[in-house]
Design a protein around this ligand. Sequence first.
Ligand code: NAD
Length: 476
Amino acid sequence: MASLQTQLAVVGAGPGGYAAAFYAADRGLQVSLIDPAPNPGGVCLYRGCIPSKALLHVADVLNEAKHAESWGVSFGQPKIDIDKVRAFKGKVVAQLTGGVGQVGRMRKINYIQGLAEFADPRTLKITREGQKSAETLGFEHAIVATGSRPATVPGLSIDSPRVMDSTAALDLPDVPKSLLVVGGGYIGLELGTVYAALGSKVTVVEMTGGLLPGADRDLVNILARRVESMCEAVLLNTKVVSVKEGKSGLSVTFEGQLPEGMPKERSFDRVLVSVGRKPNSAVPGLDKTAVKVNQRGFIDVDPARRTAEPTIYAIGDVVGEPMLAHKASHEARVAVEAILGERVAFEPLAIPAVVFTDPELAWCGLTEADAEREKREVTVTRFPWGASGRAITLDRTDGMTKLVIDPKTERVLGVGIVGRGAGELISEGVLAVEMGANATDVKLSIHPHPTLSETLMESAEVFFGQATHVFKPKRK
Ligand code: NAD
């Protein structure tokens, strides 16, 4: 059995793991990065964020082409070559994962394609891809960045090729005539709208009273109107109680507040189950260390991302929500700096969340719903995109920008945006919240005209009752 030694072993090469490995190498550590895939990338690059965004771009073009008819430009009925669409998505994934692999090699990272198991708090057993026998890898520190996987529901996630999780749906097996999306969260809405744009009749079923339960309702309402117009039906307060394989599709039984006249049982060509994700904390051999996994299945860590085992750190989806790639990448830097002996903590004021639907929905920092829950006094200012020159030129006034402001200090505590490109716009909000900007700072920062970014500046102007393009006098 071969035996190797490394300063830092990183288990899992998603945006948490590879960011940790690369940063550690940049800081002078000798690093091994272990993952079963041929290149770093993890769920995000191989079967999550990146392929879904490639498909969302395709959906965007289809929707925009249709929309152009109302401005006098017609492209006719689109012809969709699904094999080519799939190939485009595959090319995007290959290009990015290959590129990330290359910059890893340039940093002299020892990338091991294989599976890791803890033998003790200082040793991993590694089984390389295609080999039966394991080799040992001794380490001074390890970072666990094993991510998460789609949650399943008993009775619903049945063993049928017609029942898909996000991974299967991204493989784009075909464009089903009818698709049921179970779960009206990030994945359900992103992939549901992709399939709707490609031509499927999509029904979304969400067990709570609204789509995207974590987000502010005024923002969600604008997106919901669009989702409803793209889908055959959006069923709220409704659950799926059973899915059975039938002759001509999947027979699905609903329970809950169904619209009048809608039968409890219906047949669909395919079902996408997108009801959340579960942390991959059952890392083999972890029980041979002092690492603790909590009741929710997350690995317990301190603010520096140290586990209960002094040599082992953990980051990303496996340590808790929000399960977002950019959160993992930032935790990665904190863990590496802690390993280097620096006094650090992962304590961001704003982790942006973006739902890449059309329109996009994004928020960061304190939401209005959080403020209500915490009984914090806040002033919320809103700027409707109907008053934005840029939004009107795009014929996309279905948007809103809002600021959550501390009325005493006038500090911007949170930002929420729904509308085209909200995912790009939110970064200014993150900067404002992190830098402790107040409403005057945002108001006085000159924003380019005509852009959607002006809606942030005008939201700040609303706070003073002085927004140029809306008449909202300050309440006395
Ligand atoms: P989610 O938590 O966003 O949404 C799941 C939804 O399913 C919720 O609205 C929930 O109420 C509903 N639900 C749960 N059980 C149900 C049932 N039995 N019947 C009907 N509805 C049910 O989860 P997701 O969409 O699966 O995504 C998982 C995670 O992946 C997200 O929380 C996010 O962290 C991450 N993600 C992020 C992005 C992004 O950043 N754009 C995109 C995709 C995924």
